[in-house]
Ligand binder design. Structure first.
Ligand code: UFG
Length: 341
């Protein structure tokens, strides 16, 4: 059974490829390597003993995408990770985000119809909820979709609409959108993990790089939020829990267990942690004292969000199992392993 993983050399993609291979799926990766490295394939092979098939081209190119599907008539499902994902950059370069994230999706949906590939799992984000009102916390899949805070967030909202309308118009196509909360951590082997190019935007890689001495000081953005310790709260989820949910989603489609042709699931733990709690966890598992300073809020940040994972737990038979300490410990192990290569 062959699955196409777009963005399969990226952070979430690579961990998902490992889980798919472990479950016996054949994987073909398409990745333009805009924000990932080719040697991730070596890491995957080292872990599973299987080197996935790989092609490098831009899925936003309609001709190349069509040509790919014309050459591969054995693909049974697609997990579409490939996308730009830096919130700040999307504010500065909106067209880059709309073109890449939406053109690639539309090209894939078109090819799915033309070449009879019925199943799509799409990477969505809790960013579609914006800052949920108090009565919608924890946030469930039925919470209102708020106006996106960034062009990146808007691409996720528009993408869900494009998928929904396409699925409604073409019988035989199915899709599952997975709304991720904050994925962190790395594979237990520390052979693959998150590899931000340049200065990290996200909290966990910034923490581990500061712990390792690559960054001097972590800036904690805001201590005046209406939260118990004043810092912002997120639902951090271990990357391996997230990867497993993708395999379950693919199996659900292939085994025709879907309740309707387009389903949406939250992928979170259901527990929120503040920035200071994440730092404390890192200090505990690493035995280090982290150098950090509290500064003003970061533009566009929401104050608190965490998932209601009840629907995913019940429908997918999936539950995020790993604790915050396991997340910070695996992220730290990966940082050290990668730097000592
Ligand atoms: N933070 C810091 N210092 C840093 C980096 C982050 O204090 O150097 C704080 C942020 O202000 C926020 C929290 O840590 O309160 C988490 O920030 P991240 O950048 O790690 O994650 P975000 O919640 O901002 O964004 C993530 C993904 C996005 C996605 C979004 C959905 O990076 O792609 O979740 O809410 F859209």
């Amino acid at each position: 059974m062959k699955i196409l993983v777009t963005g399969g050399t990226g952070y979430i993609g690579s961990h998902t490829v490992v889980e798919l291979q472990k479950k016996g799926f054949d994987v073909i990766i398409v990745d333009a390597l805009f924000n990932s490295r080719i040697n991730t394939l070596d890491g995957i092979e080292k872990i599973t003993g299987i080197r996935p098939e790989f092609e490098s081209f831009d899925l936003a190119d309609q001709r190349l995408t069509d040509d790919f599907f014309a050459r591969h008539n054995d693909i049974k499902g697609i997990i579409h990770f490939a996308a730009h994902k830096a919130v700040g950059e999307s504010v500065e370069q909106p067209i880059k985000y709309y073109r890449n994230n939406l053109d690639s999706l539309m090209n894939i949906l078109e090819s799915m119809q033309k070449y009879n590939v019925p199943n799509l799992v799409f990477s969505s984000s809790c960013t579609v909820y914006g800052q949920p009102d108090a009565e919608h916390l924890p946030v469930s899949e039925n919470a209102p979709i708020k106006k996106a805070e960034s062009p990146y967030g808007n691409t996720k909202q528009i993408a869900e609409e494009i998928i929904s309308e396409t699925i409604a118009a073409f019988k035989g196509l199915n899709a599952i959108a997975l709304r991720y909360f904050n994925p962190v951590g790395a594979h237990d082997s520390a052979i693959i993990g998150e590899l931000p190019l340049g200065v990290p935007n996200n909290l966990m890689p910034y923490i581990t790089q500061t712990g390792y001495g690559i960054r001097e000081c972590l800036k904690v953005y805001g201590s005046d939020y209406p939260t118990p310790d004043g810092t912002a709260i997120r639902d951090y989820i271990h990357i391996m829990d997230l990867a497993k949910a993708h395999v379950i989603a693919v199996e659900r489609m292939l085994n025709e267990k879907m309740k309707k042709p387009f389903e949406i699931f939250n992928l979170g733990t259901g527990t929120g942690y503040s920035v200071l709690e994440v730092i404390k966890s890192f200090e505990k598992v690493s035995g280090l004292k982290l150098n950090y300073e509290i500064v003003g809020r970061r533009a566009g940040d929401i104050e608190k969000v965490w998932a209601d994972p009840t629907f995913s737990n019940n429908e997918l038979g999936w539950k995020a199992e790993r604790t915050l300490d396991e997340m910070t410990a695996s992220a730290w192990k990966w940082e050290q392993a990668y730097r000592s290569l």
